[in-house]
Design a binder for this molecule. Structure first.
Ligand SMILES: [Zn+2]
Length: 392
């Protein structure tokens, strides 16, 4: 029985009744939390004492939308790159996330489905990295958005077959690329690329096999079809309207806004590639995207934290900046922190282990230098990361 008593000055446990404790003790046994109490109420049994000093302790962050292997780095763009080199880069990307404080992530589309193998290797303890929930390949219509990291399928039967295929290959979650990008040509911004029938077939098949479905969607038609078909999370959702938000509240559908994606496309992408029309379009939609998130939060739509790290110019080592962008959209630091911890944990189905620091959960936490509820930008700064009670 390895018991450890972590002493500290301030902790955000995420507990519903008493989320913040000052001068606390967190008692753990074999990496799981037994209790967290104010120091004056704590009876310290024989346990190894660990002093966390002046740190501000929060649960580890969970990024619900990353791409450890993206289409950009596919062979066509990088001739001569070996598969081994490619895989090592993906591992490095995962480890950068961990260092930034992301203790778990969900990969929503990987070149050659490589993330499934990285996930397994981390799970077996062969390499270091965050807990990974992965879809392997995403699914898209022929020539559709993200085809470089997807299986292409047309017609309801083929969509069903490809859903079963990714699950056979080891997918924890199914990802469908339902709309184009913000700048794709079509009858509306972010046009729908699957038919309503194909969307229903994909979602029904995945649910029948016990997998959640995440959908890349910008346009209103695409979002509407997916929400009506009972999807679990809308990724991006730039042009989603009030009536759909109401439906999402009723059904408990998550929004994963990924504000980092257009932010880096504009701040870094436009600098590097000023004539790129996709980046120029991102600039146009930044405010629409943020207003949509604020409206969703005000209405009570469930929000998870996701960055789309791995999309063009979107770095792995700065993902906590998404929380800063969320506050720039009008959310409170607490709402941003909730999204990055309990919100994402619930969406990913890992809330028994992650998302808060309470009895029974893993002692996986971060030591920040400042109070994130007062200075949210401190989540980006360097920090100590503890995984199952051990400092990284
Ligand atoms: Zn993505």
């Amino acid at each position: 029985m390895r018991k450890k008593a972590y002493h500290g000055k301030w902790i955000f446990t995420g507990n519903r009744e008493k989320p913040i404790l000052e001068n606390f003790v967190m008692m753990t046994e074999n990496a799981r939390i037994l209790w967290v109490k104010p120091a004056e109420d704590a009876e310290i049994e024989d346990a190894e004492a660990i002093d966390l000093g002046d740190a501000y302790v929060v649960p580890g962050f969970i990024d619900a939308h990353v791409h450890l292997f993206c289409g950009e780095s596919a062979y066509e763009e990088c001739p001569g790159r070996s598969a081994a080199h490619h895989v090592c880069q993906g591992v490095k990307n995962a480890q950068e996330l961990l260092k930034a404080g992301v203790v778990a992530c969900r990969d929503l589309g990987a070149y050659e489905g490589y993330t499934l193998g990285v996930r397994d290797s981390i799970e077996k303890g062969e390499i270091n990295g965050p807990k990974i929930i992965a879809c392997g390949h995403a699914l898209c219509a022929t020539g559709g958005h993200g085809y470089q990291i997807s299986y292409e399928c047309d017609g309801a039967d083929e969509v069903r077959r490809q859903v079963r295929r990714v699950i056979k290959e080891g997918a924890d979650v199914v990802k469908m690329m339902v709309s184009g990008g913000v700048n794709s040509p079509g009858p509306e911004p972010g046009p729908c690329e699957f038919t309503e029938e194909e969307i229903r077939a994909g979602i029904e098949t995945a649910h029948a096999l016990g997998r959640k479905v995440a959908v890349h969607t910008h346009g209103n038609t695409a979002v509407r079809y997916c929400v009506e078909a009972g999807v679990d999370s809308i990724e991006h959702g730039v042009f989603l309207t009030e009536d759909i938000m109401d439906k999402m509240v009723k059904q408990g559908t998550y929004l994963v806004p990924t504000l980092c994606a257009p932010y880096y496309a504009v701040t870094e992408g436009l600098k590097a590639d000023p004539d790129n029309p996709d980046h120029a379009k991102s600039k146009e939609i930044i405010q629409i995207h943020r207003d949509m998130l604020k409206q969703c939060a005000d209405k009570g739509v469930k929000i998870a934290f996701g960055t789309d790290a791995g999309s063009p110019y979107n770095p792995y080592d700065k993902v906590p900046y998404e929380m800063v962008l969320m506050t720039m959209a009008g959310l409170s630091p607490r709402q941003a922190l909730d999204a990055a911890t309990s919100g994402s944990a619930e969406l990913l189905g890992i809330a028994d282990d992650y998302g808060s620091l309470e009895e029974g959960k893993l002692a996986t936490f971060l030591c920040l230098k400042e109070n994130p509820l007062e200075h949210i930008a401190c989540v980006v700064d360097s920090k100590d990361v503890y995984i199952k009670g051990e400092k990284l």
